[in-house]
Structures are given as C-alpha cells and as structure tokens.
Design a protein around this ligand. Structure first.
Ligand SMILES: *[C@@H]1O[C@H](CO)[C@@H](O)[C@H](O)[C@H]1NC(C)=O
Length: 456
C-alpha cells in the first residue's frame, strides 16, 4: 500500500472512530423536563391540588393485625426443598416456616410497640404532581452546629424508609460542626406514597417528583444520598438539577453508559492499572461477577416485563411476600448466604427491622406498584433519554460495600461523575448498607461532606 492508500485508510479509521464516539460515547446535554407533569388519576386531574403538608402516623387497628395473624395461621403447604441446597433454589422452606412463626407469634403480638417505633420519626404527607407523597422529615431543634444542611435520603427496592431509621438520628446530631435536616420520602408507589395512574413514572421522572418535594418544603439547596433505585434517582436528580444539589453520595454508584462498559472491558486486560490492587476483588474476575448478576437477576427481568402478573402472586399474600422480599435481604447482603442453612439474615439484621420493612409493603399492598418501577426504568421512553450519558456536574461521593451486587471503579464512574471527589472501599457490608452498617455509612457520608467545605 502506498502512502496515499495508507493516509486514506488512516483517515477512514479516524472518521469511523469519530462517528462511533459521537453516537455511543460523547457526553450529552441534559434533557428538558416538564417539572409539572401530572401523575394522578385522570378523574382528579382538574381538581385544584392541595399542597399542604399534613402530619402522618402509621395507624393500623387491632383488627387488621388480627386478620394478618389469622392468615399466617393457615397451613402453608410449602414444598419440600431438595436436599442440602439451602438457599440456592430460593428461600428455604424450613427457614420460612420459622420466620412466619416469629412474625405471627412474636412480632405481631407486639405490633403496638412496632407501630410506636415507626412513628418515632416525624412523618408527613403532601401532594406532588398529583400524587400523595409520604415522607419522614426530621430536624434537630436544639442542635448547635455552624452548618445545618438539608439532606434527601432515597431508598430502593425491596427496601423502604425503614432502612434509614438507624442512620437518621445520627444525621440529626452535630459532628464537625455539621448536622442534617433529613427528608426521607417513600418513593411513589412504595409504602404510604401513592403510585402513578399512568405509565411513564421512571427513575428520572421520580427525580423530578422528589426535587419538587424538597422545593415545596423550602429546601432549594440540598444533599442527596441513596442506594439501589435511590442511587439512580439521586444521580438523575443531580444530573437534571445541579442548581439544587450541593453534593451527591451513593452506596451503589453506577454509570451505565456504553463508555463505562467499554472501559470495564479494557480494564479487564490489565486490572492492576485501573483499580487499587488490594480491592481488585470488588471488580474482578469480571466473568465471575457477570455470572453472579445473571444468576441473581431473574426477578429483574420479570419485574421489568410483567410486574402486574408477579404482583398478583404477591399482593395480599403475606407468606409469598415474605419469601420474595427476605430472599433479597439474604442474598444481596452476602452471596455466600445462599449456602447458609438460615440464609444468614440474623447475622446482619434485627428480625424486627426486616419485618417492619415487610409490613410497609404488606399493609399498603404496594408490592405491585413498587415493582412497576423496573418496567418504567427499562421502557423505551426512559432509554431514549440516554440520561446515563449526561454527566453529573456536582461533587460526587461513592462508597462501595464488598458484598453489594455490583461495583464500578473510578475510571468507569468518571464518565458520568467527572467530579468524583470521594471514593471508598468497605471490606464488609452488602446492598442494604444503611440498615446493615449504619455507622459505617454515616461515617463515609460525613467524610464526603467534609470534603465539600460547606460554609453557611
Ligand atoms: C440534637 O443535637 C444534639 C447535639 O448534637 C444531640 O445531643 C441531641 O441528641 C440531638 N437531638 C436529636 C433529637 O437528634
């Protein structure tokens, strides 16, 4: 090939590379959103929205609890598991029977006490974009701190605001002259928050709803923290409304763009060049990590495609619901729990905390509406936004917990989070960090905030 031919080939490669880069990888500007979109039933669309904030208390009568106890007294007819499989085929029958007994004969007999505990944090409801939204709102009236900063805490699935009951009191106290005003909403369609009546309330639209909630409470500048869906919703919030977000911290940072996948592929050849050697096992071997995700993500595909069908199997079915939700708390806390006789739940959580969370799904019959979020997130409309290619322009902190479902290293993350100022590795802990290791998450979060150098 002559010089001419060579230049032609080079030019061609350059053009192709440029086009591929533009189509797949180049950062995009933030999409425009209708921040007033209405999500309620059309029958209510013309009514004037009451945006008042009303105090809220969890308040179920003895009758509701007695009915649930009766249901839990019926014969279970569970099927004998295969020998020695523990949790490999799903929730173990014998462990489930034990937990149902505990739920019926212990937990529910103390419902008054549990309800009092749940009401120990002040809660409210208000209407945002046509939906009744429930939220915890705490501020310490007597705290003496130079900085008192509003913080939006966002939970995920199959969690709830219950995940934050241990960390909220810590956040309300002063440390390093800083304390937080905490707002922890139930996501639309979760627990006491109403779900949408029309399709389309995806994680990015949820970010709009939660941002509007903060604004309506008078918080124009706030911090955001979240894991699971809370992580994605929080990162969308920081993407769309950088003017409102002081900093974004997550215990499950994810940059799911083609560029970050490509970087993972490149890094898999020379891991040591891209990740700290002592924590390489968070990311590699990649084949093993990928296989694990495939093994554990059947629920995801189901919920993203037919949430209402699986919802039918779980709605008002306390035993099925317990198995479905607690299985996630077992495996996502540590994948080795699949080989434990008891699913390892007691090692990491107080039983009452797990049942509080379950009760929030059961009492509100919200499992179906909660699972629809998967369908909305993986719908064409949401993919079309390509929100993962719009960089977050606010300071970001990422905490990794060893046993979480998946992790991304800094080089992957900084496509989405160019201002990644805090990146940590915790050798223990799993997906539900706030509930499992509240002190560790609290310390990680406050270290991140320290780096923001906020002065009020
Ligand atoms: C308020 O803050 C003070 C000082 O940090 C702390 O001692 C107290 O426990 C906090 N009260 C609440 C209700 O969080």
């Amino acid at each position: 090939m002559g010089l001419k031919g060579f230049s032609l080939v080079t030019a061609l490669i350059a053009v192709v590379a440029y086009v591929v880069y533009q189509v797949l990888f180049a950062p995009l500007p933030p999409p425009k959103f209708d921040t007033t979109k209405y999500w309620g039933p059309s029958s209510r669309a013309n009514r004037v929205e009451k945006t008042e904030v009303k105090p809220f208390k969890v308040d179920y009568t003895a009758d509701v609890i007695a009915k649930l106890r009766n249901r839990l007294s019926e014969p279970l007819h569970l099927v004998e598991p295969l020998e020695n499989v523990n949790f490999r085929y799903g929730f173990d029958k014998y462990m489930l029977e034990k937990l149902i007994n505990y739920w019926r004969d212990d937990y529910l007999t103390r419902w008054d006490e549990r309800q009092k505990y749940l009401n120990g944090l002040p809660q409210f409801t208000t209407t945002i974009q046509g939906l009744k939204i429930h939220f915890i709102h705490t501020k310490n009236q007597t705290v003496k701190a130079k900085n008192v900063i509003p913080l939006l805490l966002i939970h995920g699935w199959p969690g709830s605001v219950r995940e934050f009951y241990e960390i909220i009191p810590k956040l309300n106290k002063a440390k390093d002259d800083t304390a937080y005003i905490v707002v922890a909403p139930s996501l639309p369609g979760y627990g006491f928050s109403e779900g949408a009546s029309v399709p389309g309330l995806n994680p990015t639209e949820m970010a709009v709803v939660l941002r509007n909630l903060m604004i309506s409470l008078g918080y124009n500048k706030f911090l955001v923290q979240g894991g699971d869906w809370g992580s994605l919703i929080g990162s969308s919030l920081a993407t769309l409304f950088p003017e409102n977000v002081i900093g974004y911290h997550s215990n499950m940072c994810a940059a799911m763009s083609p560029a970050s996948t490509f970087k993972a592929f490149i890094a898999s050849f020379y891991p040591s060049l891209f990740v700290p050697a002592e924590h390489a096992d968070f990311f590699f071997p990649m084949g093993e990590k990928f296989a694990y995700l495939i093994e554990e993500s059947g629920y995801f595909h189901l919920q993203a495609t037919k949430p209402d069908t699986i919802g039918t199997a779980l709605a008002h079915n306390p035993v099925g619901l317990a198995a479905y939700i607690l299985e996630k708390f077992s495996t996502w806390t540590d994948k080795n729990n699949r080989d434990a006789k008891d699913g390892g739940l007691d090692k990491s959580y107080a039983k009452d905390a797990l049942f509080d969370n379950l009760m929030l799904y059961y009492l509100t019959n919200s499992i179906t509406t909660s699972m629809r979020l998967y369908a909305e997130a993986f719908g064409k409309q949401h993919f079309g936004l390509q929100i993962e290619r719009v960089p977050v322009q606010v300071p970001t902190g990422c905490a990794r917990f060893k046993h979480d479902l998946a992790h991304e290293f800094d080089w992957q993350l900084n496509v989405k989070f160019p201002k990644l100022i805090h990146s940590t590795y915790h050798r223990s802990g799993g997906h539900f960090a706030a509930m499992e290791l509240p002190d560790v998450l609290y310390n990680d979060f406050t270290q991140f905030v320290k780096k923001l150098n906020i002065t009020q």
